[in-house]
Design a protein around this ligand. Structure first.
Ligand SMILES: Cc1cc2nc3c(=O)[nH]c(=O)nc-3n(C[C@H](O)[C@H](O)[C@H](O)COP(=O)(O)OP(=O)(O)OC[C@H]3O[C@@H](n4cnc5c(N)ncnc54)[C@H](O)[C@@H]3O)c2cc1C
Length: 385
């Protein structure tokens, strides 16, 4: 079956067990799991087409690839090699894993496949439909055919880093954010092994990394950092980086490229992410690694926990999900990564980055980098440790 957009059939009022706001990976996965458990689910997204306005590079880590059945035909070749560069990009440190560590998703067909899976499970999906707020026990949408009032037992905020649902449920909200932007273009193939190039230079990426992912099929060239610290703005930083980016020798940037970007919450999973009326998943819940800024694995795992908790609440009639869905308990598992994020945030100049980079050349530094880049840890979730 292919995704059916039900936005034209919503009407002035509708009822559902669960209203899921946002059809990114977190919302799609949560909605599908709940519908498979037999619940009535309405999934809405303001975008009219889920394959447009993509906000992610789409790097999936090994643990996700092991634990979730992502369609292999929409994943790029496995990547085992990471090259880390200091400011100036001379004498990089190259790390190669003995295992396949990453694959880059072809995100448009991956979102389409996830939306089809939601439809197959029985989810009603309404695109071009914006959640505008809550009044009492009614949730208000505005879609292609005008406003709709939704009465739902629960609402799920899967509406990204700046969640409106979090505001309306009086739950915690993300305040510690990076912004990222990248260009994506096809490659004719490459003799080089698929490689993830990471540049630690605050003049391109203040507080984070600039990157090139070249898996032989696509190039992703991007920068991310604290919005107020880019010396000449995010867009200009991406242009400057693109002009000198590593890993693309002999590759000409085409005239037309796909542009992606958006905020990345890095303050760690929020403490209050559930209440009697609903809960938050994905970026809305701050479920992103504070250190690597990877959010795809966390959003899939937290969605599983959310769906299990809501299923239980719907079946038993016990409404308060906050005890079983406790961000503070999950957050405690991220203390180390939050500390390292604070450290990375302090690297404010290329000179400081060059000094910090010296550590990466030592056996201790290499081992630490390998643990972060090739480690087995992932976001805690039901059944996945
Ligand atoms: C540039 C960039 C690169 C990244 N690269 C990676 C990576 O390679 N690997 C990785 O693991 N993580 C990466 N991340 C992080 C990762 O992409 C996110 O953590 C993840 O996609 C979050 O999914 P989500 O479903 O929670 O949110 P989103 O994908 O942001 O989905 C939120 C959805 O909510 C909808 N929405 C918002 N408000 C409303 C509203 N009021 N009404 C209706 N709909 C609404 C939006 O249209 C959107 O579809 C990257 C992030 C950025 C910004």
């Amino acid at each position: 079956m292919t995704t059916t957009d039900t936005s034209r059939h919503l009407g002035a009022t509708t009822r559902t067990d669960v209203l899921v706001v946002g059809a990114g990976l977190a919302g799609l996965h949560t909605a599908t799991l709940l519908a498979r458990q037999g619940h009535d689910v309405l999934l809405v997204d303001r975008r009219t087409d889920l394959t447009g306005a993509i906000r992610t590079t789409g790097i999936f880590v090994r643990k996700t690839l092991d634990d979730f059945p992502l369609p292999s035909e929409h994943l790029g070749p496995p990547i085992r090699r990471v090259v880390l560069y200091p400011p100036g990009m001379r004498h990089p440190v190259s790390l190669t894993s003995g295992r396949d560590e990453y694959r880059v998703g072809d995100m448009a067909p991956l979102y389409a496949a996830a939306a089809d899976a939601a439809t197959d499970a029985g989810v009603r999906t309404a695109l071009g439909t914006r959640y505008v707020g809550r009044r009492g026990d009614a949730f208000h949408l505005v879609g292609r055919c005008g406003p709709t009032v939704v009465r739902a037992r629960f609402v799920v905020g899967a509406d990204g880093a700046r969640s409106t649902v979090a505001r309306d449920l009086a739950l915690d909200r993300n305040h510690h954010l990076l912004v990222g932007a990248e260009e994506v273009f096809e490659l004719p193939g490459s003799d080089e092994p698929p490689t993830f190039h990471c540049v630690l230079d605050p003049s391109f990426a203040p507080g984070y990394l600039a990157w090139v992912v070249n898996d032989g099929r696509h190039a992703h060239v991007g920068v991310a950092g604290y919005a107020d610290r880019f010396p000449d703005g995010l867009r200009r930083a991406l242009e400057r980086f693109g002009a000198s980016a590593p890993g693309l020798t002999g590759v000409a940037r085409p005239e037309v490229v796909e542009r992606r970007g958006g905020p990345i919450p890095v303050g760690g999973v929020l403490r209050r992410i559930g209440c009697p009326d609903g809960l938050l998943v994905g970026d809305a819940a701050g479920a992103v690694s504070p250190l690597t800024a990877g959010g795809l694995d966390p959003c899939l795992r937290l969605s599983e926990l959310a769906a299990a908790v809501l299923d239980d609440a719907l079946r038993t009639g016990r409404p308060d999900v906050s005890a079983a869905y406790d961000g503070a308990a999950l957050r405690a598992r991220f203390r180390g990564r939050l500390m390292l994020r604070r450290g990375l945030a302090q690297v404010r100049t290329p000179t400081m980055a060059a000094v910090a980079f010296r550590l990466l050349r030592t056996p201790f530094g290499r081992a630490a980098a390998e643990r972060v880049l090739f480690g087995d840890r992932s976001f805690p979730g039901p059944g996945h440790g």
